[in-house]
Design a protein around this ligand. Structure first.
Ligand code: ZN
Length: 385
């Protein structure tokens, strides 16, 4: 692979030892950041990219998404906006549509959503199963997910299928379903919530996953205060996701642990629910990530800039905190050190913004500001053309 010099960077956010560099240049070699400097004495490289004063940020790391599904829940969204509450039961609607869809339809839908995310600056996306809920459908969901990302998550314990005994279903998830899913999954996840899986069932699922070589993460405390966050911390989960309803003890447990709190404000936006208390988490020293929770029911967005703007406007995160959460925070939630920042040696996963500063991501909500996206130093997309 040839080396590339990126010149005329107006503002470079590295989230690395060099912090933020004005009037910067960068060399990418073998897909990695090889050099960062000022405007003078530029190294010789095979190719050059002049970004004409634009801002450069690390590519977004979207650490929570459900992209393998079929069907639409636009009508459910409209009903909700007309006053019906969100309960999580609509997941079963997507399960029926997903089971009925051929592999090719599921693959095409995931590819379309990933391309959409890339056009908005996302360079890494986690993908969960959880709309199959049979051994065969969970296995194929993860097989398809693994075609697109190494960050695949087995979420057989998303909801108990209709007409199924919950304890019997948990045994299936921990047994044959896990066995079929594990070869294609890096992570194991559970929806720990009233109406989904209780603490004991969630612990059983996560323990079984850990025994099969997967690493845990948890859908925790989304709809109510509950045991999810404490369970995530107890099992050393990389991330507790949602964290919308937390007690003081939950915040302290997160602060004393390595478990990242992944906030998904697209879900609160799309269900018209109160947002998580990001300030209390940040002020307590918890590592916070932002992700889209892209799914057809409760948050059908692939846009990290949109989530970042929500975090700033609705959750009182500063623009710098929100950008860090959407990049470095997401990487930590996936236990990755090679992405989410642009220090020398990191993957050259970066987004050129059609703006002089990353501040514009929240300052100009809803505006397509992504100019160019590189992953491993190669063009992923160039939406501005
Ligand atoms: Zn989710």
């Amino acid at each position: 692979m040839s080396s590339l010099l990126i010149t005329n960077i107006g503002e470079l956010t590295t989230h690395g030892p060099q912090g933020t560099v004005q009037h910067a240049a960068m060399v990418v070699d073998e897909g990695r950041v090889a050099w960062i400097g000022g405007a003078g004495h530029l190294p010789m490289t095979d190719a050059r990219l002049d970004v004409e004063g634009r801002a450069v940020i690390p590519g977004f790391v979207d650490s929570h998404a459900h992209l393998v599904f079929a069907g639409s829940r636009a009508a459910e969204f409209a009903a909700r906006m007309a006053g019906q509450p969100y309960t999580g039961g609509g997941i079963r609607t997507t399960v029926s549509a997903t089971r009925a869809a051929p592999d090719e339809a599921l693959r095409a839908n995931a590819a379309r959503l990933l391309a959409e995310a890339a056009r908005q600056g996302t360079t890494t996306m986690e993908i969960k199963s959880g709309y199959g809920l049979t051994v065969a459908d969970e296995e194929r969901s993860l097989r398809i997910a693994a075609e697109f990302t190494p960050e695949t998550t087995f979420l057989g314990a998303h909801v108990v299928p209709a007409d199924t005994d919950p304890d019997e279903y948990v045994r299936l998830v921990c047994g044959d379903m896990l066995k079929a899913a594990a070869p294609y999954a890096r992570w194991v996840d559970v929806f720990c919530e009233r109406g989904a899986f209780d603490a004991e069932q969630s612990r059983a699922v996560l323990r079984a996953g850990i025994d099969a070589g997967l690493r845990p993460r948890v859908h925790a405390n989304q709809l109510s205060q509950g045991p999810g966050v404490q369970l995530a911390v107890e099992l050393g989960a990389a991330s507790a996701d949602h964290c919308t309803h937390l007690s003081e003890a939950d915040i302290k447990a997160l602060a004393d642990s390595d478990t990242v709190a992944t906030l998904l404000p697209g879900a609160e936006f799309s269900t018209r629910s109160p947002y998580p208390d990001a300030r209390s988490l940040l002020d307590a020293g918890v590592t916070v990530a932002l992700a889209t929770d892209c799914n057809p029911g409760s948050s059908f967005t692939t846009s990290m800039p949109f989530c970042l703007a929500l975090a700033v406007r609705e959750m009182r995160m500063t623009p710098a905190e929100a950008l860090r959460a959407a990049t470095t925070g997401g990487a930590k939630a996936l236990r990755r050190t090679d992405i989410g920042h642009l220090a020398v040696g990191a993957c050259a996963d970066l987004t050129v913004l059609d703006a002089p500063s990353f501040l514009h991501l929240a300052y100009r909500p809803g505006v397509p500001l992504v100019h160019t996206v590189l992953r491993n130093g190669a063009p992923l997309c160039r939406p501005s053309q």
